[in-house]
Design a protein around this ligand. Sequence first.
Ligand code: 5GP
Length: 249
Amino acid sequence: MLTDPTRGELLYSGKAKQVYATEDPRRILMHYTDGATAFNGLKKAEIADKGVINCRISAFFMEKMAANGVPTAFERIVGDRDQLCQRVEIIPVEVVVRNVIAGGLAKKLGLSEGTRLAAPLVEHFYKSDSLNDPQINEETAVLLGWARPWELQAMREYALRVNEILIEFWGGLNIDLVDFKLEFGRLNLDGAGCATAVVLADEITPDGSRLWERGTGRKLDKDVFRRDLGDLSETYRELYSRIFGAALR
Ligand code: 5GP
């Protein structure tokens, strides 16, 4: 039987998650809280059970990705709100994949939301709360030393594969995947950092995705909170039931 890892030092405290060391230097515990923030922390709330729901949803998708050839840092769920993951160095370049014009893209270019793009659009953002995650291109990421060209290539390939898998999954639930954000990590393969691999890290949840119900266009993601469209806890419970075929208990 697997023994549960011990929660050690708090390494990082984010908006909806905390990361703790474990007794194994190669592994961390990622703890999902009920906290929700929007507009880079300007809007804040506690959403009942969001941490439990997102922990399970992300674990479900990470396992699906690993089974489909996308390596991830996720290992297993521990308790209700924790995930044991491989320790990685987070690459400070967020990858957004868009299938439909919405959100930041619509705002930046003065476009209305809802137009399907001819092909998935991959965008890059510099992970920096103090700068509000500005958009960058791959050349900037390389020249400023944030990611190597081969890493960016792997990130793009994995992100597009994740998109295909998620489109198919959500489509089966009558939900359109509009866009989502991914983060990747550098896994130290030899202990010295001479050999590294890129793996999918962080989370795949409705906090970082746009999910629109087919036919109605109803939003089933964190935009419900960002735009005051209803009760986010209820929305996430509904999404949970649709994914797992049973209500959260
Ligand atoms: P946009 O650039 O339109 O604001 O976001 C594009 C997609 O990435 C959306 O699905 C959004 O939820 C996700 N995203 C972008 N930045 C963040 C972030 O800092 N936190 C979270 N949770 N999601 C983000």
